[in-house]
Design a protein around this ligand. Structure first.
Ligand code: GTQ
Length: 343
């Protein structure tokens, strides 16, 4: 192509720009790339290292003043964005004995995966649930929620929210409750009794996009995982893996965040797998290693690992290894974007 043609084109682009027009052909390959660009990096937060900082946060601010006393797990390649993956936010929240994190609501959906402590509850939409390590708890969009620690140990849990997704749609609202604690209108355990026993109230209808079960207790999940190990060889890519479901329709438990848990029996190594959803893992029990690219992350209880979308990874279990996983897979599936590859 000669200079004259180039100059004519450039002049055309500049004149078009005055009318808020731009040529697609100079951008097509980046707008519609051949495969996903890597967003963020694979990273591990070792709990031994980060726990000190989470605990120290209580020396600097109360839960009430902070509203939510959380150390954000920010992807080191996405500094300043509060993103752990392209579409998800995650952090470690600390609630000290006697503290209440005051009631508020927002359009973002949250999940809690309980890390350590006992005696604290979260109240969601009028029902309290006690938080026990390994429990998976849902805070649906626009439901009032507050957290309280009635025990005598610090309580730590992993928060994962669809904040970046909500930000993308710029459709976010928040509201503070007039009281620190929103009204409790149903007894503790009500939701699990009604919806979490393989039973449903006759004639039940819902408008919620979330599972009516908002606490999936680890004791039950663990039992299910161990039962799976007795029923044949683990899946070569996933191990003994289960997804948390909405019992009303069998779909994912939340509309924007997919959640799964797996048990890799001692000695098992998974085959390489990749999918378009960037993942957040937390180790529930056991030790092992996660390999991604040239990197090897040692895995110990409560460590958090993120793997960007479309990066292949494998996991090796040194002893029985239980991993919880969150990603935006459910949203990608609904929108037709989700792709996966077993390698
Ligand atoms: O507990 O409601 O980590 O609103 C970030 C925003 C937790 C919460 C976070 C929140 C919350």
């Amino acid at each position: 192509m000669n200079d004259a043609v180039n100059q004519q084109r450039e002049a055309f682009y500049q004149r078009a720009d005055t009318q808020a027009l731009a040529p697609l052909w100079t951008r097509l390959k980046s707008l519609v790339p051949q495969w996903p660009a890597q967003v963020g990096v694979a990273h591990r937060w070792g709990y031994d290292d980060v726990r000190k900082f989470v605990m120290e946060s209580a020396e600097h601010i109360s839960a009430k003043e902070a509203e939510r006393r959380v150390m954000i797990l920010e992807n080191p390649a996405l500094k300043g964005t509060s993103q752990i993956t392209h579409s998800l936010y995650a952090g470690l929240q600390l609630l000290m004995p006697g503290e209440v994190a005051p009631a508020h609501r927002h359009t973002q959906s949250a999940l809690r995966f309980i890390v350590e402590g006992n005696g604290a509850y979260t109240a969601v939409d009028g029902e309290k649930t006690m938080m026990t390590p390994g429990d998976f708890v849902i805070t649906p969009s626009w439901t009032w929620h507050h957290h309280g620690n009635e025990g005598n140990t610090p309580m730590v849990w992993l928060d994962c929210l669809d904040i970046p997704m909500a930000m993308f749609f710029n459709s976010t609202f928040r509201e503070d409750h007039h009281a620190d604690e929103a009204a409790i209108t149903r007894p503790t355990g009500d939701a699990l009794a009604r919806y979490g026993q393989g039973l449903l109230p006759v004639g039940h209808t819902t408008t919620s996009l979330n599972s009516p079960v908002f606490n999936y207790p680890y004791a039950r999940t663990r039992e299910a995982l161990h039962a799976l190990t007795k029923a044949g060889a683990p899946d070569p890519h996933f191990g003994c893996q289960l997804r948390y479901v909405n019992p009303l329709d069998g779909g994912w438990a939340m509309p924007t965040i997919s959640t799964m848990i797996r048990l890799l029996p001692a000695g098992v190594s998974t085959l390489p797998y990749r999918s378009t959803d960037g993942a957040v893992f937390i180790v529930v029990e056991g030790e092992g290693e996660l390999h991604v690219g040239e990197i090897k992350f040692a895995l110990k209880p409560h460590d958090v690992v993120t793997v960007p979308g479309w990066m292949a990874y494998t996991i090796r279990a040194q002893n029985d290894l239980v991993l919880f996983q969150a990603s935006d897979r459910v949203a990608q599936e609904k929108l037709g974007f989700f792709r996966e590859q077993r390698m």
